[in-house]
Ligand binder design. Structure first.
Ligand code: SF4
Length: 503
């Protein structure tokens, strides 16, 4: 205790990782979807690094993270701390702690945020200390800085070239994921979509591997703006989905996933395998795309810059640049979507989202998802995008606790919103899933009622709709874009299209 009182705060500073050590060192990383991790691996390899994704997260990782770091931390910190610690501990048993400290470094995102995200590295540091691995090196890539290039002797160069390729990789991963989730619930051959997704991601991985290794700053900006390398890879990726046979007349409730970034994007034990479980229960799931989060960060950055107009130097200039950057970001994502027939959903308009959340949440409060969590729930409900919202909130997360509080007012305003807030602790799956199942039961009823209304509006019976779908086989092809004819569910919108009707 006396040691803690005597020591003043110091920020974490890793031992140097130099360029000449690069060939002997492996970068460890993780924390995003398998698609994004595969593309990051390709990206790091193309930049000349040895790279390895951490193993899939387990519940034991959660316990280990809690044991080695702070037991009161939010569960994403515990999962990621435990995941890294478990890997390093196993390696240390095999090759020794000194060798582990020389052979590996860990790269992760960081921030100076209002929530624990700004302190993850301290949890890692404490865990490493408790494992006797103080010499191990970790590097943070700040989420709010574009160019973080170090001197040429630095082992890890998180420069603009790496970050722009990362952005394109994340866009590709999101577009493929969204397509995948729109097809899998309707596939006739089980497993066909998953196989196609694996092959599609491999196409982008290959494109990533063969990107130029290094480029000067403005040369890189120009290259990323004009290259068709990733678009061509997306076109090849599309080919892997072409032959999937579908039955889009299966009536399914549409469930939108929202929540804290890590838990909402994870597809594993971190959130009780919620995506898979929902699909298994008969739902169509709308996953949470990473690009919407990046778009939010830029929107928030713009709000802050606006406050500095007339007070801070270059505030207007920087705002204009950021606005341009946001437009470009959207343009690039839309290009990727177009390569997949426009089936992956577009990003929602951030200004619209801000407007929707404004009566319930101050949009200058940051940390976690800020006003985004509330905004997305209202948007999905009022724009008829989902029958139900499943919100994945981490145990011990202050920003999400605030959002859930504000959601009480949202539900008062929209009493017919089907909303399932799930507090994720990692180890109470029966409780969480049964809670979700109760709301899902209502969503299923709503989807079925909507389907009956769609049949009535189209003047068809279910059998006639099936017959007509056979006469118009395009409605069951993977790259046919289901039109929004006023219904939420896919089957209902297909029926309305077949009967040329609207709800
Ligand atoms: S948003 Fe919540 S769960 Fe995520 S890092 Fe911050 S405190 Fe933790």
């Amino acid at each position: 205790m006396s040691r803690i009182l005597e020591e003043s705060y110091r920020a974490y500073e890793p031992r140097p990782f130099t360029a000449d050590q690069r060939k002997d060192v492996t970068l460890l990383f993780g924390g995003v979807t398998w698609r994004a991790e595969k593309l990051l691996e390709g990206l790091f390899k193309s930049a000349g690094y040895n790279a390895q994704r951490l193993p899939d997260v387990t519940v034991e990782d959660l316990y280990l993270g809690r044991e080695l770091a702070d037991v009161g931390q939010c569960c994403p910190t515990a999962f990621t701390t435990g995941n890294l610690s478990s890997f390093l501990r196993n390696e240390a048993e095999a090759i020794g702690a000194d060798e582990v400290a020389e052979k590996y470094v860990y790269v992760t995102a960081g921030a100076c945020g209002a929530c624990r995200f700004g302190q993850y590295h301290q949890s890692y540091e404490l865990a490493l200390k408790n494992l006797g691995l103080e010499a191990f090196r970790m590097f943070l890539v700040q989420q709010h800085e574009i160019d973080q290039s170090k001197g040429k002797d630095a082992g890890l160069q998180t420069d603009i070239h790496l970050l722009l390729s990362t952005a394109l990789g994340m866009m590709a991963a999101d577009a493929i994921q969204d397509l995948e989730y729109q097809l899998r619930p309707y596939e006739l051959e089980q497993g066909a979509t998953n196989r196609a997704a694996q092959k599609a991601v491999s196409e982008i991985y290959d494109a990533m591997l063969s990107r130029p290794k290094q480029m000067p700053k403005w040369g890189s900006v120009l290259w990323h703006s004009t290259t068709r390398r990733f678009l061509k890879a997306m076109r090849r990726a599309r080919g892997h989905f072409e032959d999937i046979q579908l039955d889009r007349l299966r009536v399914k409730p549409m469930v939108k996933i929202t929540g804290e970034f890590y838990l909402a994007t994870a597809e594993g034990v971190q959130n009780y395998n919620m995506h898979k479980w929902l699909e298994g229960e008969g739902a169509e799931v709308q996953p949470a795309p990473m690009v919407v989060w990046f778009d939010y960060l830029m929107r928030y950055g713009g709000q802050k810059l606006k406050l500095g107009f007339g007070i801070k130097d270059k505030a207007r200039q920087n705002y204009a640049l950021l606005k341009l950057g946001r437009r470009f970001f959207r343009f690039k994502y839309d290009q990727m979507r177009r390569m997949l027939g426009g089936v992956p959903r577009p990003m929602p308009d951030q200004d619209k989202l801000r407007e929707l959340a404004a009566p319930f949440f101050d949009n200058m409060i940051n940390g976690g998802e800020g006003d985004l969590l509330i905004a997305k729930a209202i948007w999905a409900h009022t724009q008829r995008k989902a029958h139900m919202i499943c919100e994945l909130s981490p145990y011990g997360c202050l920003p999400n606790t605030m959002s859930i509080g504000a959601m009480a007012a949202v539900q008062g305003r929209y009493p017919d919103m089907l909303y399932a807030p799930i507090e994720v602790k990692g180890d109470s799956d029966v409780h969480a899933l049964s809670r979700c199942q109760m709301v899902l039961a209502d969503a299923k009823i709503r989807a079925q009622e909507e389907f009956e209304s769609a049949l009535a509006a189209a003047g068809l019976t279910a059998d006639e709709a099936r017959k007509r779908a056979k006469e118009h086989p395009k409605v069951n092809t993977p790259f046919w874009k289901v039109p929004h004819r006023g219904a939420v569910g896919t089957a209902s919108n297909v029926v309305l299209e077949l009967g040329n009707a609207t709800l």
